[in-house]
Design a protein around this ligand. Structure first.
Ligand code: UDP
Length: 417
């Protein structure tokens, strides 16, 4: 790709960047809600589109679905999805690590053939980080890394998670060797600084964005209609959970809390997300729900297409986020943008987003403990709060979260490298 320099406002020279994004284990175009595809894909699509709109060039590298030939597709202005053939065929996330050099070689080979050069590598998740370090040496350009989740944080937060030592060690080494780490929440930045004993300037904080053209609050009548169209009665209160089905999401707490809601409350727990690979976990949650006396009150939708999710958020009366750990927690932003309050654990962005104890700018509750009665009480209060949330409050609270802003902050950070 050619290096472009344009004149802005007639005088200031702004160099347009050429950035190689690496997303090796999960395609940015994959279905969010599947086992290995979630907030990171939403992030990659949102940020790359905004960079493309600002005139920068982004190539999103991921693995092809099958071996055969290189695949290149322009997905937005200035943004290409590039899948160099690495000859390895389909591999699960767990099988990828031993092949990271081969994958790096396939990207290198593609770029030589395509005559593509980059100012910077931006890797996503530790596996991409390993590939990025090889390319950094080959291309002699800076390497920026976003972990998305940290193995150590996952293991510490959730006893059922067991991220291997290999990952923990690789993350430690990557944190040391990459040029800059990007995080999207203050809490995550603090974790990275502490875990890896890094100087402050090694970690930059750039909040995620949200697509407010899709995620927006409907009027009260449309919200009720959304509820009916999804098959629920207007008077049934909808308690929504959205995300991949993983132990770290802590859904057992949601079920326990729902079982303690006042008997007179007519409600339905709706859990969106999870593909076939989650079926064993889903069956286990269904058994737990039955044991807790929630027969007929818990519904697993499977994956909901990202573009249809605003309809679910609007139909819902509260979105509950029970995660033990999130590096960001996009779901909370999406729900609030749709005018639906959240009840959430103090993970990712939540402590920054949800102020406690102020009724005037209510957007939800943060619950510090994992005590089901406390959660039941907050869910019950949110269910009976006035909704949709106040539009001007939403606009103020969500103002810092825009992809355009994130893209611009990223470029500033890159220029400082
Ligand atoms: N998501 C979706 N459909 C689903 C479940 C989830 O589109 O059925 C999306 C959701 O809108 C959000 C992302 O997946 O953008 C989940 O992001 P989050 O940061 O909450 O969690 P993560 O997947 O990163 O753990």
């Amino acid at each position: 790709m050619p290096n472009i320099t344009v004149l802005q406002g007639g005088c200031e020279k702004v160099t347009k960047m050429r950035i190689a994004f690496l997303s090796i284990h999960s395609s940015p175009l994959g279905r969010a809600g599947e086992k290995d595809t979630g907030g990171m894909s939403t992030f990659l699509r949102g940020l790359s589109s905004a960079l493309g709109e600002a005139g920068h060039k982004v190539d999103l590298f991921t693995r092809p679905d099958s071996a055969g030939k290189d695949l290149v597709r322009e997905i937005k202005a200035g943004v290409r999805l590039v899948c160099p053939d690495d000859g390895l065929g389909p591999l699960s996330k767990q099988e990828l690590y031993p092949h990271y050099r081969t994958i790096a070689e396939s990207i290198d080979r593609f770029c030589r053939g395509d005559n593509s050069r980059y100012d910077l590598i931006f890797s996503h998740y530790w596996l991409s980080g390993c590939v990025g370090q090889v390319l950094k040496k080959n291309w002699n350009v800076p390497h920026m890394l976003m972990f998305h989740t940290l193995g150590r944080a996952k293991n510490e937060a959730c006893p059922e998670e067991n991220e291997p030592l290999l990952r923990l060690e690789a993350e430690k080494e990557l944190a040391r060797s990459c040029d800059l780490i990007i995080t999207a929440a203050r809490q995550e930045k603090e974790k990275i600084l502490t875990y890896f004993d890094l100087p402050l300037e090694k970690v930059a904080l750039i909040p995620c964005g949200i697509n407010r053209e899709i995620f927006k609050a409907l009027g009260i009548h449309q919200r009720l209609r959304a509820k009916e169209q999804l098959g629920w009665e207007k008077k049934t209160k909808i308690i929504l959970s959205v995300g991949r089905i993983e132990p770290v999401k802590g859904l057992d707490l949601l079920l326990k809390a729902a079982s303690l809601l006042p008997a007179e409350e007519s409600f339905q727990v709706v859990i969106a997300g999870g593909d076939k690979s989650s079926s064993i976990q889903v069956e286990s949650y269904k058994k737990t729900a039955a044991r807790l006396g929630l027969e007929g009150k818990v519904y697993f939708t499977g994956i909901v297409e990202h573009e249809k999710l605003p309809f679910y958020y609007n139909a819902a009366d509260v979105t509950v986020l029970t995660s033990h750990y999130e590096s960001f927690g996009l779901v909370a932003l999406e729900s609030i943008a749709c005018g639906t309050p959240v009840v959430a654990s103090p993970v990712g962005i939540i402590p920054e987003l949800i102020a406690t104890g102020n009724n005037d700018d209510f957007i939800g509750y943060m619950v510090e403990n994992r005590n089901p009665p406390t959660w039941a009480e907050k869910i019950s209060r949110a269910l009976n709060s006035n909704k949709p949330l106040d539009q001007s409050v939403l606009d103020t609270r969500l103002a810092p979260y825009s992809w355009k802003q994130a893209a611009s902050e990223l470029i500033t950070v890159i220029n400082s490298l």
